[in-house]
Design a protein around this ligand. Structure first.
Ligand code: TYM
Length: 334
């Protein structure tokens, strides 16, 4: 018996990187045994900033290949791309009318992405979190595994569910629980321990992509920024050393250990020693995944077939919910 229903998503805006993997995707794979899982490549979210059409199609397939290579099983879990299930956009419109401007104004991700040129970003970027709430609630999902950076968006999804329930006098939507776990819930840039590892960072040396070769992985880790001290003996000492904390966190996550256990082994040692072992570990865990991804990419028709089947299953699940929601809102269904 499943412990609940999971929904989570990833944007097809570029390569999957180590942050996506350790913060989210690896957890998605592990949760498949205990939950009913729906995993979505969120192309509607992607176009909130400009995407080249050819490129968008290619990265959608590539992200699908990455998820499959990481261990998402399309026979048990549902895997699809968002645009192919109309329920997402339909429910997002209703949520645009539930969410308050004041709530959206507080979203830190919008502020970061819009930067100074706020007048010139798409309206979609602003209502992005409403679409995210729709993604989850179209399936009445109860749990959402994500990295730390999505926490605020999930709080907004709870607020939307709560306000909808209150306004329409119903208990229809569950209040979703974020699942944020592991030793690497916020993987930082390899060039700057204060910035998140992200697809939009210009320097390739800031992140490890899931498609990187062993040589690239080793080179990027060797060049990763550190401070001049040896590794500390205790986790408390990591607090004031963001780059050290990041590398120890990555090591711990890849080795399935705690930060404490990693420091028990490497405390007092130099970064050069530590980085060599980390590189070997990263290559051993990520290498086979990259190989499998390349193999899958050779058969795009098979990827498309998997996504199509996933979209059919997702639509079958969401469509009856949308009809119930229309009834609650008072839309005539003649
Ligand atoms: P996205 O595409 O930016 O990232 C996908 C997942 O990877 C996690 N992540 C990280 N975790 C740790 N360290 C990092 N440096 C790092 N970078 C990314 C993210 O937290 C995320 O879990 N808005 C979402 C996609 C989305 C979604 C949803 C998620 C759309 N609808 C509904 C959950 C539920 C996003 O842009 O993720």
């Amino acid at each position: 018996m499943a412990k609940g229903r999971i929904f989570s998503g990833v944007q097809p805006t570029g390569n999957l990187h180590l942050g996506n993997y350790l913060g989210a995707i690896r957890n998605w794979v592990r949760l498949q045994n205990d939950f009913e899982c729906i995993y979505c490549i969120v192309d509607l979210h992607a176009i909130t900033v400009w995407q080249e059409p050819q490129q968008l199609r290619a990265t959608t397939r590539e992200v699908a290949a990455g998820l499959l290579a990481a261990g998402i099983d399309p026979n048990t879990s549902i895997l699809f791309n968002q645009s192919q299930v109309p329920a997402h956009a339909e429910l997002a419109w209703i949520f645009n009318c539930v969410a308050r401007l004041g709530w959206l104004n507080r979203m830190t991700q919008f502020k970061e992405k819009a930067g100074k040129d706020r007048e010139n970003v798409s309206a979609g970027l602003y209502v992005y979190p409403n679409l995210m709430a729709a993604d989850i609630l179209a399936y009445k999902a109860t749990h959402v595994p994500v990295g730390e950076d999505q926490k605020q968006h999930l709080e907004l999804a709870r607020d939307i569910a709560q306000k909808f329930n209150h306004d329409y006098g119903t208990e229809y939507f569950p209040l979703v629980e974020p699942l944020i776990f592991g030793e690497a819930t916020r993987v930082m840039s390899l060039r700057d321990g204060m910035r998140k590892m992200s697809k939009s960072e210009p320097s390739e040396f800031s992140r490890i992509n899931l498609t990187d070769t062993p040589d690239q992985i080793a080179q990027k880790l060797r060049k990763a920024k550190t401070d001049p001290l040896p590794l500390p003996e205790t986790v408390a000492e990591l607090e004031s050393r963001p780059e050290a904390d990041n590398l120890v966190g990555i090591f711990a996550a890849l080795a399935d250990k705690t930060r404490e256990a990693v420091l028990a082994e490497f405390g007092g040692k130099s970064f050069s020693v530590f980085k060599d072992v980390l590189a070997a570990l990263a290559i051993a865990s990520l290498g086979p995944m990259a190989d499998e991804m390349r193999r899958l990419m050779q058969d795009p028709a098979e990827i498309d077939r998997i996504l199509r089947r996933g979209a059919e299953r997702a639509q079958a699940m969401a469509a009856p919910h949308l009809r119930e929601i229309q009834d609650l809102v008072g839309f005539l269904r003649p």
